[in-house]
Design a protein around this ligand. Sequence first.
Ligand SMILES: Cc1cc2nc3c(=O)[nH]c(=O)nc-3n(C[C@H](O)[C@H](O)[C@H](O)COP(=O)(O)OP(=O)(O)OC[C@H]3O[C@@H](n4cnc5c(N)ncnc54)[C@H](O)[C@@H]3O)c2cc1C
Length: 548
Amino acid sequence: MAPQAVGRDRTTPAGYDVVIVGAGFSGLYMLHKVRQMGLSARVYEAGSGVGGTWFWNRYPGARVDIESQEYSYSFSPELEDEWQWTERYASQPELLRYLNHVADRFNLRGNIQLETRVTSAIFDERSDRWSIGTDRGEQITAKFCVMATGCLSVTKDPDFKGVESFKGPSYHTGRWPHEGVDFTGMQVGVIGTGSSAIQSIPMIAEQASHVTVFQRTPNFSVPAHNAPVDPGVVRDWREHRAQYRKEARQAGFGIRMLDQSERSVFDATPEEIKRTYEERWARGGFSLAGAFADIVVNKEANAIASAFVADKIRSIVKNPEIAEKLVPKTYPIVTKRLCIDTGYYATFNRDNVSLIDVAQNPIIEITPQGIRTRDAEYKVDAIVYAIGFDAMTGAVGKIDIQGRGGVKLKESWAEGPRTYLGLMVSGFPNLFLVTGPGSPSVLCNMALAIEQHVEWISGCIAYVNERQAGAIEATTAAQDAWVASVNEIADATLFPLANSWYIGANVPGKPRVFMPYIGGFPTYEQICNEVATKGYEGFALRSPARGS
Ligand SMILES: Cc1cc2nc3c(=O)[nH]c(=O)nc-3n(C[C@H](O)[C@H](O)[C@H](O)COP(=O)(O)OP(=O)(O)OC[C@H]3O[C@@H](n4cnc5c(N)ncnc54)[C@H](O)[C@@H]3O)c2cc1C
């Protein structure tokens, strides 16, 4: 399917006002917004369907870890009225149905080209336009280019010796086969114990004859207490939706149900502390992280929360040796994304599940029959790689992006990503990032973070067009100040103490930089709004180039 020029921008045969890369939560809403503004737009999506994360991650047990009503678009009251979630935490199939519904409801599909990977984006200073190349050999131009490519869309490839030699099937949780996988009667090796593993291991263990879990770093997980959505909750949400959405925007992580307390743990008695944590454990989900104000900034406060969850793990897992292996000891709780599970720790009480600590006994190679650690070979029929993503910078890093003077984004980011507000990069005019590094992104309810970014970007595009300017670009000074501020805030917390994917620690050779903005969603949104109100302070507007 050749790209068509649509809308009012007909400067070149395949020219658009806006090209959007990616058709997940971000790309779909971005398209809707720019079309509402009367701009021509085209979305390029590598997958064969829309939905992004929820298109690709079809592993058993995949579900959102923020309550469904909160993890959804808020821009359309009609959409909110007509869509009814069925579970407290929506499963991947339901989320995918939702995003497909959004694509249909807002008639978006006609502007989306599937199975097309954007491979390059090169800025032409003579025309102030981006020239975008795809793996189908197309070249399209656009005044604005929006990277809605996702923070967790590039899976990490297993880099063990001998991966190709394995004779059985192997799967990556982030690229799960659409037809599903039947593990009945199989011996399965699962490598990794991050969020995807924590969600899928209990499900795989119910099917497989045996599951061997290879764990390098244990993760803290709290129960989801997932259930069908309570009709009372639905009624309450409908009645108070506007208020609840507002409260989410005012909450530190953009999650209302976090129920963030302002109280220091040191102002509470031991009995109150215990009661509070027990109550939040029973409530389930992220609420545990909001129990006291100082959990992410004070080591002793954090140690109390870590010890509470460690004791829970010890009380659930019957074998004390296995329990001890499952208790995280090398980083403070919440400084790696807290996992939300359904029966994860109890799964280790099953006779058909075993745990190998690969920090002690590292994986040496994948063999034709299975997985060899330093001490033993584990024969398996199938391998599940739950090894995560090249987070936050992976997807844009795969595109040959060249800004002014042919400068490559990859080179600009060689020492780690640098952005202004996580939205734009100095030297790359008219190029926007949705939930880019330097914005709250993965430390937030991402549905909310995405809406805020898409709305800010739309406003910025309107500002440029209203002034008939050629381009807008972050100034180096504003970017430098923002990067310094992001680092300063991160350094005041316990987050840098964890070797997490937030700092790129899971990808060998990746520069160690704390990527998300941790100053809280409300502060961040306020800064973005102020910047816009002050005529996009920190951004430079340029007159149209001669050839534009
Ligand atoms: C398993 C999993 C669970 C998650 N759970 C939660 C949760 O509970 N709460 C939460 O807030 N967030 C969660 N997230 C984060 C999630 O990614 C975001 O919530 C949200 O879905 C991101 O939407 P997006 O559109 O920005 O990116 P994505 O959904 O990742 O979509 C990006 C799309 O861009 C496409 N793309 C990338 N590069 C190119 C290219 N060069 N050319 C063409 N197309 C390209 C990809 O194929 C992808 O479809 C989870 C992520 C994962 C992986």
